[in-house]
Every structure is written in C-alpha cells, then in structure tokens.
Design a protein around this ligand. Sequence first.
Ligand code: CA
Length: 420
Amino acid sequence: MNTSLRSTLALLLGISAAAAALPAAAQQDAPELSAAQHAAFQSCLRRLPQEAAFRSVRAATFAQHLAAVESDASVLAMLGKQPEFTMYPWDYIAMLVDEERVADARAALTQWQGELQRIQARYGVPAHIVVAVWGVESNFGQNLGARPLLRSLATLSCLGRRQSYFRGELAAALRIVQDGHIAAHRMTGSWAGAFGQTQFMPSTFLRLAVDFDGDGRRDIVDSVPDALASTARFLQAAKWQAGQPWGYEVRLPAGFDTSAAGRRNKRSIASWRAAGVTLADGAPLPADLPQAALLLPAQKYGAGPAFLVGRNFDAIYSYNASENYALAIAHLSDLAAGRSASTDFAAPWPTQDPGLSRAQRRQLQILLLARGHDIGAADGAIGEKTRAAIRAEQHRLGHKADGRPGQRILRALQGEGLGE
Ligand code: CA
C-alpha cells in the first residue's frame, strides 16, 4: 500500500506529519511574488499541457480551469515554512481527542448507522474506526480547507520545490473535475492539495475514492456516504484485518527493557505475555492480536502510556504517516465505541502541565482577549499571535515563557477572575 502522498510530502519537506495534519491556524501575511516569479509561473503554466503527467487531461479542460489562474504566494510561503513549534504528544492528542469530538463521533455513528453498517460489510472496517478518521481528518466534514485546489496546485507545480510531485497532483485534480466527480469550485482544501471530507490528495482519490451513494459520481466533498466509504476503502487497501483491534493500552512490569519498543518490531502476544506485559488494568493480554509491537509515544520525555499495536494500527498510520496521528484516531475510535470511558489514558503523560481540549483553547483565548491581547477571534486555533500573548502572560506570572497553551497558564489566568 502506498503511503498517503500527503504524508510523504510532509516527510520530504521536513514538516512533522502531526503539524501537517493541523488546521492552518495563523497564516502569515504572504509575501508578493517578484516580477520574475510571476513571469516564470505564466510561462510554466503555458508549457504544462505538453507534459506527460497531463496526457489524460483534455486541452479544453486545461483551458477552462487553468488558463486564467493566478499564482498564490501564500501557498509558496507555506511550502518554505519550517515548523517553528513542535507539539508534545499530550498536546496533540488532547486537542484531537476531546469531549466535544467524542460526542460528535457518537452522534455520527447514530446518524450514519445504516451506511456505516453497509460500509463495514463491504470493506471489513468497523464503523467506529471510519468515523474516528472522519473526525480527525475534517472534524466530521466541517473543516475541509478553503483554498482553491487548482490554484494551489498550479502554483506549487510551477514555483518552489517538488514541482514534479505537484504536477502529478494537479493533473489528477483536473481529471477529477473533467470526469465530473466534483465541480471545480467545490475543490478546495489544504495548501498542499489535500481535499474533501477524507482529506485525500487528488492521486489518492483517483486510486481509491468510492461512489457509495450510487449517483455515479465519487464525491468526497458533498456526499458523506462517498467520503465514509472512501476512507474504509483506503484502510482496506492498507491491509486492514477484519476482526482485529488496533491494539490496546498496556502496563509494563517494573524494570522492563524498553529497547524492544517500535511500531515495526512486532512479536507474538505469547512473547509479550511471557515478558510480563498486561492490559493497563492488570488483566492478561487477550488473544485477538496475533502479532503486536510496543508503542511508547512519550519515551523520549520519560515514561507515559504504553500500547501494543497490531497491523490495523499500521493501516491507520498509512493515512498520515504519524504515530501520534494514528494513536489519536485509535483512541477516538475506542471512545466512540464506548470501549473507553475517559479521554485520558490509564497512565499519565510525563508532564506536570497537560494539554488543552479545543474548548479549553477557546477559554484561554477569551482570557487573553480580556487582558487586551490582540489575538483575533477566540476560535481555538493557536497561531503566532496567541502564542506571543501566552508568552507575555507567562512572563508576567513568572512561568517559563515558551508560548505553549497548557493547563498551567489556563488555570493561572482563570484564578485571576478576569474574563470568566
Ligand atoms: Ca456518489
């Protein structure tokens, strides 16, 4: 199974996949293109239709959708951007798996019950997994990305690094429009070209998207059944094993040698049992995973929760090539299915300052606004302005001024009784 090209891209560009999965929060004011760049873009665009990647795109399609397209300097700025803020696993998971998303996932399971049952019957992927991917990828269809896809991909096809990769994606996007699956004006997405409720790259769409509602169009933008079935088909193609769990949180015996940790280092359940590993509550490991690997997401920070993960964890991982991303989906799926009662894992993260849910992020922003910080709307998206405001408040309070939104600064500001 090919890894999602979006993640491959993130890796190639040196962006952490976790960061790539986040909504583009603070978009800086984009620099203007130079006259030379503008001329290079126009000249490149005129030559593109002759390239091999575009041989299945008709001249009329190209002319209709790209002849008048302008470059987008802000997309280019994103391409050149280095991640300046790496998230701890506990921050990343607290934001993606909060009470709000669990409630939304349970509501989605009820609302789409019939479709999800048919999807499970056809692809072998359980409803709670499909819904969890949906919730993390696009917040159940609410966050598709607003950038016109053809414009972004045309810009990246002609300017900046990785042009040949983006030309393939641009040609695939034009095929989708040409074949009548999705109208060009509905093709909006992330700066790098992921789009729709599944956040597929266009080439992934051509390979794997499904028409599940039977209207003849594969529409992952406006058809929830198509989007959910396409996610299941992706996971099936990533060798999903029907009937197996993704894995589970485990407890390691004292003094356990953690050098065996690593998603690729799979061993038999019998060998993990023999090494003294149990479920988090001390119960014996079940026999429903033939092979499993030990995942320690916070190993480099000390200790924290431990997991045994099987082949299905790898299938989820292939969606975005990030272990924390896969763990967020796995955890959300357990909560949606009622297999886990708390968004917390059994073992605490190795921190005195845990992460914030989206509701708490909004609350923190309200408290910052009440103190006169110009951070825009309290939308829960933590960008540069919010981080600068957090740093200023941390400095005032004598905390370590790292700009990180965590429980400590939230509680300190709440304790001051301003902006409640
Ligand atoms: Ca359809």
